[in-house]
Ligand binder design. Structure first.
Ligand code: PMP
Ligand code: GLN
Length: 388
C-alpha cells in the first residue's frame, strides 16, 4: 500500500477516544468508573416500558421516516415550547439524529467548506475536533481558564476572522461544568449577528443546570435563523445507549443538516424514538427531581474530592466536576489517571486531551458524578488514601 498511512490525514491524531480507553481500563481493573459519563442506573421505568411496547407492537422495527417519527418530532417541538417558549414546525424544523454526536457531525459536514474556521470553547468535547477535521474545517479554540472557566468575550471578538464560518458552542459545558449566563449568551449572540456567523449549540445537558439557567442561543434576538440547536435524550432520561438526539433550527438549516445526516445513518433507533417521544412528555416533576438528584450527587462528589485534597472547580451544570491534582503533589493528569486504578481503584479522565495545547489542561482531571451515592462515597473514600 505504498507505505502511505491507512488513516487519512484529517483523522491523524484522533485515535481511540479517551472515554473508550478509560472505560476499558475500568473494566480491566475492576475500578469504579468515574471517567466516561454514563449513569449507573437506567432512566424511568415507564420510558423503558414504552420502548418494549414499541418493539412488541412493531413500531419502528423497520426504517422509520428519515427526519424521525412524527410522534417524536412533535414531542421535540412541544418540549421547546414548554421549556423555552420557542416554536418549531415539527415537519420542517425538527430532525431526529443518532444522538447529539450524529447531529454535530452532520452539522459540520453540511455547513463547512474546507478551510472554514470554527470557533469552539476549549477544552473541547472530543468529537468536535474530529468532526470539524472530517469536514475539512479548521478549529479555533476559545480557551476557558480555571478557576471560573468564563468565556473571554474580547478574545472571542479577536478570534473572528473573515474565514470564520461558525461558532460551535456547548452550554452547559463538558468537561468544565460552565454554564453561560444570559448576559454572556446575549453578548455572543450579538457578535454572531454582527459578524454574520452560523452558530451550532450543543445543549445535551440543558436539564442539568444547578446554578443559573439554561439559555438556548436560538432564543436570542437575531439567532432564530442562524442557529442549529442540538440536544439528546441520553443525558436527560438516563438512556445513553439509545442514541436518540435531535436538531431544531430553521427549515433551511434543518434541510442542510438532513442532507448530510441521511448519508451517515439515514435513520436509527426506531422503537426508541417512540419511547423518547413519551419521555419528553413526562411531567415537570420528572425534570425537577432529576436535576435535584444530580445536584445532590454533584455536592457529594465535590465535597469528597475536596476532602481528598483535590482543588475542585465547582460546576454549575452537567454531570462532571473538573479538578486540579497539583495540591496532591501531581503535575500530569494523564499519568495520574493511568495510575489511578492501580493506586486506589478509581477511573477518571485527564482534561489535557480536550485541549489543542495539552499544557493548558495538564494538571486537570475530570470525574463524573452520575453514579449512585454509595458508589460516589466509596470512590471518594478510596481517593482520600492518595493524600496519606
Ligand atoms: N455533546 C456533549 C457535550 C456530550 O457530553 C456528549 C456525551 N453525551 C455528547 C455530545 C454526545 O451525546 P449523544 O450520546 O446523544 O450522542
Ligand atoms: N459524553 C460522555 C462523556 O463526556 C462520553 C460519550 C462517549 O463515550 N462518546 O464522558
Amino acid at each position: 500500500m505504498g507505505g502511505r498511512p491507512l488513516l487519512n490525514r484529517r483523522l491523524d491524531g484522533h485515535g481511540t477516544t479517551i472515554f473508550a480507553e478509560m472505560s476499558a481500563l475500568a473494566l480491566a481493573t475492576g475500578a469504579i468508573n468515574l471517567g466516561q459519563g454514563f449513569p449507573d442506573t437506567d432512566g424511568p421505568e415507564e420510558v423503558r416500558e414504552a420502548a418494549v411496547r414499541a418493539l412488541r407492537d412493531g413500531r419502528g422495527n423497520q426504517y422509520p421516516p428519515g427526519p424521525g417519527v412524527p410522534e417524536l418530532r412533535a414531542a421535540v417541538a412541544d418540549h421547546q415550547r414548554r421549556f423555552y417558549d420557542l416554536r418549531f414546525d415539527p415537519d420542517t424544523e425538527v430532525l431526529v439524529t443518532a444522538g447529539a454526536t450524529e447531529a454535530i457531525a452532520a452539522s459540520m459536514l453540511a455547513l463547512l467548506e474546507p478551510g472554514d474556521e470554527v470557533i469552539a470553547f476549549e477544552p473541547f468535547y472530543d468529537s468536535y475536533a474530529a468532526c470539524i477535521a472530517m469536514a475539512g474545517g479548521v478549529r479555533v479554540p476559545l480557551t476557558l481558564r480555571a478557576p471560573g472557566f468564563r468565556p473571554d468575550l474580547d478574545a472571542l471578538r479577536d478570534a473572528i476572522t473573515p474565514r470564520t464560518r461558525l461558532l460551535l458552542l456547548n452550554t452547559p459545558h463538558n468537561p468544565t461544568g460552565m454554564v453561560l449566563t444570559r448576559d454572556e449568551a446575549t453578548a455572543i449572540a450579538r457578535l454572531a449577528v454582527e459578524r454574520d456567523l452560523l452558530v451550532v449549540t450543543d445543549e445535551v445537558y440543558e436539564h442539568l443546570v444547578f446554578d443559573g439557567e439554561h439559555v438556548p442561543l436560538i432564543s436570542l434576538p437575531g439567532m432564530r435563523d442562524r442557529t442549529v440547536s442540538i440536544s439528546s435524550s441520553g443525558k436527560t432520561f438516563s438512556f445513553t445507549g439509545w442514541k436518540v438526539g435531535w436538531v431544531t433550527a430553521s427549515a433551511a438549516l434543518v434541510a442542510a443538516v438532513r442532507t448530510a445526516k441521511q448519508y451517515l445513518t439515514y435513520v436509527s433507533a426506531g422503537p426508541f424514538q417512540y419511547a423518547v417521544a413519551e419521555a419528553l412528555g413526562l411531567p415537570d416533576g420528572y425534570f425537577t427531581d432529576f436535576r435535584e438528584d444530580l445536584r445532590a450527587k454533584r455536592d457529594l462528589l465535590a465535597g469528597g474530592l475536596t476532602e481528598a485534597g483535590f482543588e475542585v472547580y465547582h460546576p454549575q451544570g452537567t454531570y462532571f466536576v473538573t479538578t486540579d491534582v497539583t495540591p496532591l503533589g501531581e503535575r500530569d493528569g494523564f499519568a495520574f489517571c493511568r495510575a489511578l486504578p492501580e493506586r486506589c481503584g478509581v477511573v477518571a479522565v485527564p482534561n489535557a486531551v480536550f485541549y489543542d495545547d495539552p499544557e493548558l489542561g495538564r494538571s486537570q482531571v475530570r470525574f463524573a458524578f452520575c453514579k449512585r451515592p454509595e458508589v460516589l462515597t466509596t470512590a471518594t473514600t478510596r481517593l482520600r488514601a492518595l493524600a496519606l
